[in-house]
Design a protein. Sequence first.
Length: 342
Amino acid sequence: MILSPRGLRAATSNVLQLALHGHVADLRPMPAETIGEGRGRPVYRYRPPEGVVPAGPPVLFVPPPAAPARCYDLRRGCSLAEHVVRAGRLSYLLDHGPIRSADRDLGVREQVRDVLPGAIRAVSRDAGGQPVQLVGWCLGGIFALLAAAADPGLPIASVAAIAVPVDARAVRLAVPPAAVPNPARRVAGVAGAVLRSYRMLTNLDNADFLQQIEAVDHFMHTMAAYPGQTARQIYRALLRDDALMRGGIEIGGRRVDLGAVGVPVLAIAGRGDALAPVRAVRPLVGLLGGAPQVRFEIVSGGHLGVLTGRSARTTTWRHLDRWLDEGTVRHGIRAQRGAATV
């Protein structure tokens, strides 16, 4: 690796930062305060920057129930929450938190008929009765769509579904079977660690790259606190028999069909996403027959990268900005009751 004088100074600064502080990324979460909770699931309102008065329909981030809500707030400078808040939008977060033993019965039915509707109503009340623009990643996007389909009376303005797989066949084709021999998995793991170390060494002068690696490592370490059994049960319930592609799923004794979604939907898929490949997300366009508008976009990035990778700032986030702006045009700019308390 041959660095220019400028690159050498940058690399030296990054190494010193690591040596003195142990990190290069700013992992402070965006400031927020609780506005309420349903079934032990708090809803937070992000505080806008000083001098900014949020306008337009509120935005609610809906994370998957078995993953850290920090997926929307990975690090300063590459945080979707930070980006949306600084754009002057009244922004909220539903935080499922780590799954506890008392939460093991929180399945699809509870998420779709209790947890998410409660959060949507709380946000709408806090925002002066305005309809809510949902932004859901992975399972969070599926639950957002199912909640809209199950109860047309919910105050939902639109849904942005990011990396949301609905075709179980495509997911099974994209994800290698678990029966890969253990030695092969160990070799792949070692090779991945070596490649990661090599990429860090060759990018010592790139602070943004190093910060992203550190932030993703922190996020993945936090993932260890979330039991995988709950997530697997939810995945099986949603993707079993390809139910979403075959007329919907049974929730609380009745069938919920995505064709009943009656609000505009933005669907975004990542070219490099192995968990929600493009061919598993694209069928949403055909399934959402009752939606007044369905927009489908393909961007670069893997499953997390499509939401909050470095390239997402110029791809996914720009699509989302336009989508949320259109929501403001549809529903207007009104005085925010919630904004007065921030």
